[in-house]
Design a protein around this ligand. Structure first.
Ligand SMILES: [Zn+2]
Length: 190
């Protein structure tokens, strides 16, 4: 009985985190280094950032396949054999899909950290000429996009995971798996 329960949880955890692996692994290859500021310093609003956000959005969207495929395969197996491991896979991948579809804060479906609207807003900030002070320099800090000279907040949106090579080891990777690209802080947008 105990081994059956552990097999169920093994399948559940595996399929729950499988769709999140591409975002944890892919952007951190040297070949995919988007010329961003080193982690964890604030990221300047420039064309490299916009390109990186588009890439991350593609990876995030494509990794839905890693949830849909186990869901279909485990459903087909369950038709003939009710195995605990496969049942865990089925529940886990269904859960993974729901957690990505149901909006957490604002009403945007899917619940992506790299929405079109956000990338559009960042690009607008990049091309516009901010007039907050004499020497505007826009950076995406942990909680918002602000000017590092006058501290004026240009966009109250917490920074999602940017796929930069991290220096915080296993703890950082675990955090990435749990957050699925979403920022660690939530900001009330006005
Ligand atoms: Zn300024």
């Amino acid at each position: 009985m105990l081994s059956q329960i552990s097999l169920f949880f093994l399948g559940l955890i595996f399929s729950l985190f499988l769709p999140r692996l591409p975002l944890v692994i892919l952007p951190r290859f040297r070949a995919m280094d988007g010329q961003l500021a080193p982690f964890p310093s604030p990221q300047p609003i420039d064309k490299h950032l916009v390109a990186q956000l588009l890439l991350l959005r593609t990876i995030w969207n494509a990794s839905f396949l890693f949830a849909v495929t186990p869901l279909i395969i485990s459903y087909l197996i369950l038709q003939s054999q009710p195995v605990p491991l496969v049942f865990g896979l089925f529940i886990g991948s269904g859960w993974a899909i729901l957690s990505r579809l149901i909006p957490a804060v604002a009403f945007s479906i899917p619940n992506t950290p790299y929405s079109n609207d956000l990338i559009h807003e960042i690009n607008e900030l990049r091309v516009s000429e901010p007039s907050c002070c004499n020497n505007p320099e826009l950076n995406w800090e942990v909680a918002s996009v602000c000017c590092c000279n006058c501290r004026y907040t240009h966009l109250a949106h917490a920074r999602p995971e940017l796929g930069r090579v991290r220096s915080d080891g296993w703890l950082g990777r675990l955090r990435l798996l749990l957050l699925d690209g979403h920022p660690i802080v939530s900001v009330n947008e006005k």
